[in-house]
Design a protein around this ligand. Sequence first.
Ligand code: NAD
Length: 439
Amino acid sequence: MADLFTTVVTSPLAKRAGVPQPTQLRRYTPGGPLIEGPVLLAGGGRFEKSLRVRLDEAGVAVVSAADDTEDRLGALILDLSAALDPTELAQLRTIGAPAVKRLAKNARVVVIGTDSATLTDVTEVVTQRALEGFSRSLAKELRLGATGNLVLAQGEAHDGVWSAVEFLLSGRSAYVDGQVVRVGDTAGTNQESVKPLAGKVAVVTGAARGIGAEIARVLARDGATVVAVDIPAAGEALARVANEVKGTALQVDVTAPGAGAAIVDHATQRHGAIDIVIHNAGITRDRLFVNLDEDRWDSVIDVNLRSILRMNEAILGEGGLGRGGRIVCLSSIAGIAGNRGQTNYGASKAGVIGLVTALATQVKDRGITVNAVAPGFIETEMTARIPFATREMGRRINSLQQGGLPKDVAETIAWLSQPGAAAVTGQVVRVCGQSWLGA
Ligand code: NAD
C-alpha cells in the first residue's frame, strides 16, 4: 500500500506542478518476452556476432543503425570491446545519441567493453576505461525507467557475456542501473530458459521474512529446491515460507559454531546435494560510533560477517559445494559509501566485499563462483521503520527516483546463481537504481 508521501507526489496536482514522477518499472515474468521492441546492436566489437545469434534465438528483433525504422527501441547494445583508440569512441555519440532519443519506456542501454585489467597498451587502456565514465553518466540521463550498464569482458567468454547481457535486458534487472559487470573467461554451461535452476538445491539464510523470503520464492520459481534457514524464534514464519516454496525449513542461528555443518547435513541428507548458498541473514544495531557499545559492535560483526567465514569452512569442505557451486552474499551500499550511525554495519558489509573478492580467486579452479549483491534503498519492513524524511530521501536519491523491491535483489541473486553465470565471480552487483551514494 502506498504511504502518504507516495500518494502526494503521484497525485494529479503534483504531476501538474512538475514533481518528477517515478516510472513503474518493467519486472520479469517467466515465459514473457526478454525485451519489448527491437534492439539496436552496433559497435563492431568481438561479441556482436554471437549476440546477434543469441538475440535471434530469444525471439528479439535486431536492427542496425542504418535501418530506416520509426519503432521505439527496446534496447541499445553498443559493443565497443574492440575499440583500441579514443577516436573510436565517437560512435558512442554518432550511433548512440540518435538511438537514445528513440528508446521506449523501460528500455535498456548495454555497453560492452574489454576489462582494462587485461590490457597493457596505454592507449587501449584509456579507450576502454572511458566506457565506464560514459556508461555511468549516460545512465544518469536516461528517463522513464530505462537503465544503462556496462559489461566488461576479460576474454572471449561469449556465453558469459550473453548471460550478463540477457540479465541486463530482462525485467530481472529492473533496479540495476549504472553498474559495471566484469565477465571472466570461464566457459558457460547450458541452462533451461524458464527454470534455469532446475535440479539445484539452494540454501537461503535469514529466509523467514524480508529479502530472504523473496530470495527463497524467486529461486524456487526458477526451479531450485530451497532450504530456508532462520533462527528458532522466527520458526513459524520460516515454516510458512518453506511450505510456500515447497522446500524445507532449518532452524539454526548462523552464529552457532555448528551452523555450517548443520546446513550441509540438512541439504545433503534431505535433498541429496548442496549447490547454491545465499548468505542473506543480517542485522543492524545502529548508534553513532561514540555511543556504540560492545554488544552492538560484536553482534553485527558476528551475524553479518564472521558467521559467513565460519559457515563457509563447512560449505566449502568435504561433502559441501561441488563444481558449479554458487555462493552469493548480501552486502550493502553502506559497505561501499558508509552511512552515519552504521560504523558496525558498514564495516561488516565492506568485509563481505573483501570476502567475495578473496574467496572467488581461491575457489575458481573448483568451478565455484562467489559474488555479492549490494542493495540500496529497498522497500522492506526494515526501511518502513526509518524516520519519514530520511526514508523519502533514500527513495529519491537514485537515477530511477524510487526504492527497489525485495524481488529486485532476489532476481539479481538468482541470475548470479545460474549455471550460465559461471564467468561472473568476485563481483559486487549493486541493486540500487544507481544511488547517488558511493561510486
Ligand atoms: P530483515 O531484518 O527483514 O530479515 C533478516 C532475517 O535474518 C530475519 O528473518 C532474521 O530472523 C534473520 N536473522 C537475523 N539474525 C540471524 C541469525 N543469527 N541466524 C539466522 N537468521 C538470522 O532484513 P532484510 O531487510 O530482509 O535484509 C536482508 C539482508 O539484506 C541483510 O543482510 C541486510 O543487511 C541486507 N540489506 C538490506 C537492505 C534493505 O534495504 N532492506 C539494504 C542493504 C542490505
